[in-house]
Design a protein around this ligand. Structure first.
Ligand SMILES: Cc1cc2nc3c(=O)[nH]c(=O)nc-3n(C[C@H](O)[C@H](O)[C@H](O)COP(=O)(O)OP(=O)(O)OC[C@H]3O[C@@H](n4cnc5c(N)ncnc54)[C@H](O)[C@@H]3O)c2cc1C
Length: 631
């Protein structure tokens, strides 16, 4: 395996697949200047010192507490989530009040008129907002987790910051525009162009899809490609610039009130002062912005988990069927225990990642990606289980429940609003690809040239001494570490779980190495195998965060410490089984056979299965769309 071939192949021509990989590799931050807990996990080192002791939240600043009080009163008194969902619109008065509260400037430094919150404080505020309405979170997050303020803060010139940050802090809404009709997860075919004028300005042309806040924003970060160099740059574009057209508002399964739209740029002249960071650095900027930008989403997911536990607990205790509350029937009880344990873990993961971002002395790009992927996937299961436990009432809308005189518990809306979390801000698959690339990075650096069949023979042989020096020490030490008693005894009754994590970490590193030996460069095509290794790494991170959080509560003598330890233990036991299954499936699986079947499905050889249905799409003229199934 070698870096240039890591990202996925497409069937549509080697050139475009190679181009996708080249663009991804170019945008990748190749250097690891600060230590990374997860990177070390994949190398077989449990660097607990990077996450343990679990970072205590700093004492709450009085001004932050005061803000949270005002925010909560506003959410309770002035936000009607059912009406927002029903009408598909956040009332302008609510947006205005958010601006007055300073919510559009939470992450903007005080010197520019913002509230200057830390990542953790911002996360706390977003959690509180999530507990009331997901549309508001998406509005604020698209604005300041990925919209103009974040890249401007990190990469803007002093002049750019002075010009735009105060406007953004006051409540001007911003948006992030990367996606295009042909550009989803893969930015390599970005078609929006940025042509340099003789004066050094740029003329932007193209169409952006699904731009959240796009229909109400006055400022955009737009990604566009220079036709001469083919590189991608990021620009601040004002809606007021001639040629910016807000074409359509898009509507979705959930998040009914987000202002998401198609933006067209018709020869929009953008002054050179609005280029962010530098020509050709747009994708790197987007990736770095997302390192912390994507931490909002897992924080929101953790709160959805808490809400699910609350709903499931209450209903399972209250609803009596077959002579007992449903929560006392074993099948539902099992769900409840896992839901509570997972929620404790989700909060441990997100708070840890946010605290690490604030520390600033460690590299959190893998932790942020895992937090996003892991919390969104676990959160989705929690929502699904909550719906199961609520039974028919879970599927019924809040308005309908209310009209029948029952409490309007919006599980149906939660489910609709939640699902997108596994798709946007880096889909689960793209997160796994990104993590897998970094998981094998050290091996690529040491042995990449040797395994690269396209590398010149001399270069391949020259890699041998380096490999011998590295693996001669590294590999035996992945077997020899001590992961048994009395190590980690400061974790008290949970020390055994930490020892298990330590042993599994070394096993994961050995497994990755074996996979590379067996599959060589072809491993990049075996996503199912690689993704199992990624999932083991993600689960080990979640276990470590959970155990460290439980230990911190015990150390702090908080009254719930014993209960927290109980949840941590249930969580670890469940995840240990899951990790065991992943290891087993890496050794023995049907991946190759399934891939072959999938190719036959793609080639239409199983279209026979689709017979007997009315057409999926009926064209507007009333004519039936062509039906492959009738072939
Ligand atoms: C409600 C909503 C809000 C959005 N907001 C914004 C926004 O503000 N700004 C913006 O720029 N974009 C936004 N997007 C776009 C969003 O980021 C994309 O939907 C996302 O990047 C995925 O792209 P896609 O939907 O085109 O899926 P595709 O890239 O077409 O992928 C389809 C499926 O294939 C998988 N896949 C793709 N490549 C691979 C691979 N190499 N290996 C394995 N699996 C793969 C994907 O994970 C996915 O499951 C938004 C989308 C929605 C629905």
């Amino acid at each position: 395996m070698y870096p240039s071939e890591f990202m996925a192949e497409t069937k549509h021509g080697a050139a475009s697949a190679a181009e996708s990989r080249r663009v991804a590799e170019e945008a990748r931050e190749a250097e690891w200047k600060a230590p990374s807990f997860l990177k070390q996990i994949f190398l077989g080192n449990l660097r607990l010192d990077l996450i343990h002791p679990y970072p205590e939240p700093p004492p709450e600043r009085p001004e932050f507490r005061e803000f949270m009080g005002r925010l909560e009163r506003f959410l309770v008194d002035e936000v009607d989530p059912d009406a927002i969902d029903r009408e598909g619109k956040i009332p302008p008065g609510v947006v205005q009040r958010l601006a007055e509260l300073g919510a559009f400037g939470m992450k903007i430094p005080k010197e520019y008129g913002g509230l200057g919150f830390t990542q953790r404080e911002y996360g706390e505020a977003m959690k509180l907002i999530t507990s009331r309405d997901a549309n508001l979170v998406v509005l604020l997050s698209a604005h300041q987790s990925i919209g103009v303020p974040q890249p401007l803060k990190t990469f803007g010139t002093p002049e750019q910051k002075k010009k735009y940050l105060p406007r953004l802090a006051k409540g001007e809404i911003s948006a992030f525009a990367l996606t295009e009709p042909q550009v989803g997860s893969d930015p390599s075919s970005l078609a929006t162009t940025a042509v340099r004028t003789p004066e050094g300005d740029y003329v932007l042309s193209g169409e952006k899809l699904w731009c959240t806040n796009g229909t109400v924003a006055s400022l955009f970060v737009v990604m566009a490609r220079h036709p001469d160099t083919k590189k991608i740059s990021a620009f601040i574009v004002e809606k007021a610039f001639p040629g910016v057209e807000i074409a359509t508002r898009c509507h979705f399964m959930g998040l009914k009130a987000i202002e998401n739209g198609v933006i067209r740029l018709h020869d929009v002249r953008v002054p050179k002062e609005n280029l962010l960071w530098g020509e050709g650095k747009g994708l790197k900027l987007a990736l770095i912005t997302l390192n912390t930008g994507r931490l909002t989403l897992p924080a929101s997911c953790a709160v959805v988990g808490k809400r699910c536990v609350e709903i499931a607990r209450t209903w399972a205790a209250e609803r009596v069927q077959w002579g007992e509350p449903v929560g006392r029937h074993d099948a539902i009880a099992q769900l409840l225990a896992e839901m509570a344990a997972t929620t404790f873990a989700m909060e441990a993961v997100t708070d840890l990642a946010s605290a690490m971002a604030d520390m600033g002395d460690r590299d959190i790009r893998l932790e942020a990606a895992v937090a996003k992927m892991w919390n969104s996937e676990e959160g989705w299961k929690l929502v699904d289980r909550t719906m199961q436990i609520r039974g028919g009432r879970g599927y019924e809308t809040a308005d309908s429940l209310r009209s029948r005189g029952e409490p309007p518990i919006p599980v149906e809306r939660m489910m609709r609003d939640f699902r997108i979390n596994l798709i946007f801000e880096g889909s689960s698959e793209i997160m796994r690809l990104f993590i897998a690339r970094e998981a094998v990075d050290r091996h690529l650096a040491v042995a990449g040239a040797f395994a690269d069949p396209k590398a010149p023979r001399a270069k391949r042989w020259a890699a041998l001494p380096r490999m011998a020096a590295h693996y001669g020490w590294w590999y035996p030490s992945r077997w020899a570490g001590w992961g048994r008693w009395p190590r980690f005894s400061d974790f008290g009754p949970l020390a055994g779980e930490v020892r298990w994590v330590d042993r599994a970490t070394r096993r994961l590193a050995r497994t990755l190495f074996h996979l590379m030996l067996v599959h060589g460069p072809k491993l990049e095509k075996r996503q199912a195998l690689l993704f199992r290794a990624v999932d083991i790494g993600a689960d080990l991170f979640a276990m470590s965060a959970t155990l460290s959080r439980a230990a911190a509560l015990r150390r702090g003598g908080v009254p719930e410490a014993g209960r927290a330890a109980e949840l941590a233990r249930v969580f670890c036991r469940t995840i240990r089984r899951r990790i065991g299954e992943h290891f087993r499936a890496i050794r023995s699986n049907d991946d190759v056979a399934k891939y072959a079947t999938a190719m036959r499905v793609l080639d239409g050889e199983h279209v026979w299965l689709e017979r007997g249905m009315a057409p999926l799409v009926v064209e507007e003229t009333g004519a039936e769309a062509p039906r492959a199934a009738r072939r």
